[in-house]
Design a protein around this ligand. Structure first.
Ligand code: NAP
Length: 247
């Protein structure tokens, strides 16, 4: 028996239409899981669906910050063995220039959406015994902070605090909850040119391993936490940052 296999497990991945969520969905399918993927953008979500290995996968378009869409999505779900709460947003802005709507926008998708998703999934009894919940948090707000992303830091440390309560509350049912705290990951955003290449290269060198992470490097950690190899790991935060926060 391979303890790292996801064969026979049904896993929901939010924010699967791009970046880290897409890599997580693909990696889970490669390990034999049946996936339910969500996001708002139908075309990009379909792209991910077509990349999944194996059969029986499903996609559901939903805005997770809208309670009616979230409830409808959960109603349609089968029993799950794992959830990866990955959908999120970064909005670099110094606090003094941050408006109330900016705060709401970040908190809603990064903190409130995973809280409500978990709450509704439990109320609708959609989790199998032994299920694993994985929350994609960040080093930002948990292991360090950055000027210009204070609200993002607040949203990600709220998510980590939530995960700890969930881990304790659901442990008697054998349901586990853990976070992954990535450092900077190479995603399409960085290729878009909004940050200069020189600036990016300087920043990459601040990482002891001299590069940013790859989406699949976060995905492999998600597969690990979803698998039976981690049946005794709950309430933890797995740091994936190329050594950045050692300094
Ligand atoms: N990239 C990094 O360096 C890094 C580092 C640490 C942590 N993280 C965290 O990792 C996660 C994924 O980041 P990423 O870099 O892969 O970002 P991304 O490429 O921008 O992907 C974000 C995903 O979230 C979905 N999403 C956003 N708002 C949504 C909403 N209201 N309802 C439903 N889905 C929504 C998007 O789907 P649609 O566009 O289809 O709506 C998209 O699939 C985030 O939680 C982020 O905070 C990222």
């Amino acid at each position: 028996m391979n303890p790292f296999s996801l064969v026979g497990k049904t896993i929901l991945v939010t924010g699967a239409s791009s970046g880290i969520g897409k890599a997580i969905a693909v990696s889970c399918s490669q390990q034999g899981a049946t996936l339910i993927i969500t996001g708002r953008n139908e075309a990009r979500l379909l792209e991910t669906l077509l990349m999944l290995e194996g059969e029986g996968h499903e996609m559901i378009c939903a805005d997770l910050t809208k309670m009616d869409e979230l409830e409808k999505m959960v109603e349609g779900l089968p029993k799950l063995d794992g959830i990866v709460c990955n959908a999120g947003l970064a909005n670099p802005l110094v606090l003094q220039l941050t408006e109330a709507e900016d705060v709401d926008k970040i908190m809603q998708i990064n903190a409130l959406a995973p809280i409500h998703l978990t709450r509704i999934v439990l109320q609708q009894k959609k989790l199998n015994k032994g299920a694993s919940l994985v929350y994609i948090s960040s080093i930002n707000g948990n292991n360090c902070a950055y000027i210009g992303s204070t609200i993002y830091a607040a949203s990600k440390s709220a998510l980590t605090g939530f995960m700890k309560g969930v881990a304790l509350e659901l442990a008697p049912r054998g349901i586990r909850a853990n976070c992954i705290n990535p450092g900077m990951i190479e995603t399409d955003l960085l290729k878009s040119g909004s940050i200069g290449q020189d600036e990016l290269e300087k920043d990459r060198l601040k990482y002891p391993l001299k590069r940013y992470g790859k989406p699949e490097e976060v995905a492999y950690a998600a597969v690990y936490l979803l698998s039976d190899a981690t049946q005794w790991i709950t309430g933890s935060s797995l740091l994936i940052d190329g050594g950045y926060t050692l300094q």
